[in-house]
Design a protein around this ligand. Sequence first.
Ligand code: PBG
Length: 308
Amino acid sequence: MNAETSLRPADFVYPMFVVNGSNIRRPVASMPGVDQVSVDEAVEQARAARDAGVRAVLLFGLPDSKDPAGTQSCDPGEAVQRACGELKKSVGDVTVITDVCLCEYTDHGHCGVLADDGEVDNDATLPLLAATAVSHVDAGADIVAPSAMMDGQVAAIRAALDSSGHSNTPVMGYSAKYASVFYGPFREAADSAPQFGDRRSYQMAPTQRREAMREIEADIAEGADWIMVKPALAYLDVIHEASERFDHPLAAYNVSGEYSMIKAAAANGWLDEKRAALEALTAIKRAGADLIITYFAIDAARWVSQTG
Ligand code: PBG
């Protein structure tokens, strides 16, 4: 009766890592409870999420082969595109969001293509991200979420969607995405660690708060329907400020390292997993997030509806 903040299953988005093949559930060692899954298993996971009250999943795709330009990222036969089709066919009431980035598809592991000097080439990457987004929506994705942090990526994707008959498909910008050590476990899950250097030329420095507001403003000006702050727990101030300043729906990404820390402490008996996870998720919601992308989504949905 007195609670100012409450969590609902529909607040959560469940991320999934989809691989080619069938019948595959390959555990990610650094993220207990998270697997790389083939499309058939992704359908099962999405059903479990839906049955727990979760209304949306976020898909990452892992190709069998990589190259410098990440060309597999827009192949209609790849895992993520096939997953979009199967999910819409089999679990149609779950919203399918796809992560749009090249880092899982490039052999160097960067989020864009490289210029001759070895730096990421922002503008040359934009058409590739746009083609990837269109291929996801052609395959059935409901929302695309560009995470490469290339300047102009939302505008490029919006224009490409509009001119390919997808003007009703929303774009969720990973607007304020920091260069964070907390992505470490994800890079094992998505096999996307940069083979040299780091992502600091395109992701934001943790010192920046006002710059995050400018990044969000830019995404909104480019046509983003959703905005996002990522990671969540180390950036609650940024989430809060964004929620006060902008009227757009705001997502927060409770990233892999934030998940793994709780899992590891719980496995050692140092923290109560359920209470730690729910306290962290409550903090993210209290800070102002409308939607929380979290690997705890299914468990947390069961916990908050007291069925798990
Ligand atoms: C792709 C991408 C990353 C994450 C989401 N999309 C990794 C990165 O930027 O290195 C991280 C998610 C997580 O840690 O859970 N660019």
